[in-house]
Structure formats: C-alpha cells, structure tokens
Design a protein around this ligand. Structure first.
Ligand SMILES: Cc1cc2nc3c(=O)[nH]c(=O)nc-3n(C[C@H](O)[C@H](O)[C@H](O)COP(=O)(O)OP(=O)(O)OC[C@H]3O[C@@H](n4cnc5c(N)ncnc54)[C@H](O)[C@@H]3O)c2cc1C
Ligand code: FES
Length: 256
C-alpha cells in the first residue's frame, strides 16, 4: 500500500563523513514497509529540486522511519539541512522488498558506501527469522564507514585506513575462501562496479544473490519509464527499477 504523507522530522545527525541519518514519524509506512523498499521524498519546499528523491528504508523504530544518506547534490543537501520538527512530503513504501523469506540459513550482506542503507532493516528481520548474518561493509576511507545496527561486521576500505585493504567484494571472496558458510544467500547494495563484481562472485560460487539498485529514478511509481534495467530473460527487454525492483535476483538483470 503506497501512501503520500506530510510527516514531521524527528531526528537528524551526521554519523560519518557526509553521511546523514534522518528519521520521520509515520506509523502507516512503518506498518506496511518491508526491507528493500524505499520512499520517494520531495526534498525542497519550493519547486526545486522538481523531482522527488528515492531513499531506502534503513530502519523502522516504533512509529519512526529511518533513512541513511550521502549528500551528493541539491536534493540530498536540502534533506541534510532539515531540522527536527520540519515537515517532509513522503511517498511510500515503494518497490519490491528483498526475498528474505527464501530458503537459506546464512545471509551474507555486502554493502558499498551508503549502499549499507537498506541493511539494518533487513538485519532486524533476518534476526527474527533466526538466520545467521555476516556483513561485509566497504568504503573509500575509514571516516565514510557507517557500521550501525548490523551483525558480524567485516570492514574494508579502499585506502586501507580501516579493516581489509581493498574492495568489499575482495573481502567477501577471501572470507568465502577461508570459511564454510552454511546455505548462504547474498544481499548486495552499492556502486555499479561493486554490484558487477558481486554478481560475478555469486555466479562463480553458485550462490543466490539479490541486489538493490540505486540508480537514477524519477516518478518512483512506474509512470515515467525513467528507470529501466536490462533483463536477462523474459519477453520484455527492460524492467522498471521502481516497481519491479529496486531488488532483483542478480541472474535476472544486466548491470549496466
Ligand atoms: C531505490 C533507491 C534507493 C536509494 N536509497 C538511497 C539511500 O538509502 N541513501 C542514499 O544516500 N542514496 C540512496 N539512493 C540514491 C539517492 O536517491 C540519490 O543520491 C539522490 O537522488 C541524489 O539526489 P540529489 O538531488 O542530492 O543529487 P542530484 O543533483 O540529482 O545529483 C548530484 C550528483 O550525484 C550523482 N548521483 C545522483 N544519484 C546518484 C546515485 N544514485 N548514485 C550515484 N551518483 C548519483 C548525479 O549524477 C550528480 O552527479 C537511492 C536511489 C534509489 C533509486
Ligand atoms: S521512476 Fe518513473 S517509471 Fe520508474
């Protein structure tokens, strides 16, 4: 069920370099949201930016929805400037959730940068289902890591300032080389190159893998055709990320 609501901001903090957490109160979204879904937010009060901006639902706490985001442009700068008590125009929950009900014992969560956003929510649901969770979190440098509300965290940084020196997918590879993981399923979110590398690992090691895509989006509700991703099979060449994703099995799509 999708809702449009004007909701109050209840919390805002910069938790890592250029990484913000923002919460708003909306019991109706809390009640209907699942991990992997997102909200589409009108970031400014005036006309600009014109389009809403999509953000994964990072956590739900009581009546509050938590977002975690990087400031990259005008919309996210405006969102980071919100104060407790300000109003937000929110549309959601949107998109399809991760397939967390699938048959697996260990969830291997792999996140690059703020690609970590959907995983605290997924972690809380997998915990309740009694799954084992191992988390791999990478960033360019230590100050950009946001390892909050996750389980069994393994860190990687491109510059070696914290954890494994290299990419988060290389860290995953070395973990899988050294550990026997019982009935695994991969969940990934992050930059395109990371998702490509993760898809390769999933293919080589024959592990089911779900990706959350965070590319450009406009309407968020299937109207503008502005979020295509190429499919590997089926009659239609493209799927719409906003309504058929943002979560996909890595076997079903071609990462551009
Ligand atoms: C389903 C979905 C969920 C998302 N969840 C999150 C989230 O939880 N946290 C978060 O930080 N971001 C998330 N994003 C990305 C977020 O929506 C964009 O960062 C945001 O729309 C940028 O808006 P802006 O106005 O600040 O930047 P713009 O002015 O639109 O862009 C500024 C610059 O950033 C680049 N840019 C814009 N979007 C992206 C992107 N997705 N990836 C890489 N570069 C980009 C542009 O090309 C441009 O160079 C999500 C995207 C999708 C589709
Ligand atoms: S963003 Fe408009 S159709 Fe997907």
């Amino acid at each position: 069920m999708m809702l449009q609501r004007i909701v109050p901001v209840t919390f805002r903090e910069e938790i890592a370099e250029n990484v913000f957490v923002l919460r708003f109160e909306c019991n109706e979204i809390v009640c209907s949201a699942s991990p992997g879904q997102f909200v589409n937010i009108r970031c400014g009060d005036a006309c600009l930016p014109l389009l809403r901006r999509p953000f994964s639902i990072s956590r739900v706490l009581g009546d509050e929805v938590e977002l975690l985001f990087n400031v990259v442009g005008q919309g996210t700068r405006m969102l980071a400037g919100k104060r407790v008590g300000d109003s937000l125009d929110v549309l959601g929950p949107l998109g399809l959730p991760f397939n967390f009900g699938a048959d697996f014992k260990t969830g291997l969560i792999v996140a690059g940068g703020v690609g970590v956003a959907p995983f605290p929510f997924l972690t809380s649901v997998l915990r309740k289902k009694g799954k084992r969770i191992v988390t791999f979190l990478g960033a360019r440098t230590a100050s950009q890591l946001a390892p909050t509300h996750l389980d069994d965290i393994h860190l990687a940084t491109d510059d070696g300032t914290k954890g494994y020196h290299g990419t988060v997918v290389d860290l995953l590879r070395s973990y899988l080389d050294q550990h026997r993981v019982e009935s695994p399923r991969l969940f990934g979110c992050g930059p395109t190159n990371m998702l490509k590398a993760l898809t390769n690992v999933a293919q080589e090691m024959n592990i089911e893998c779900e990706l959350s895509l965070e590319g450009d989006m406009a309407c968020g509700i299937g109207l503008c055709q502005g979020c295509p991703v190429e499919r590997t099979k089926g009659e239609r060449k493209y799927a719409l990320v906003c309504v058929e994703g943002p979560t996909f099995n890595s076997k079903d799509i071609l990462i551009p």
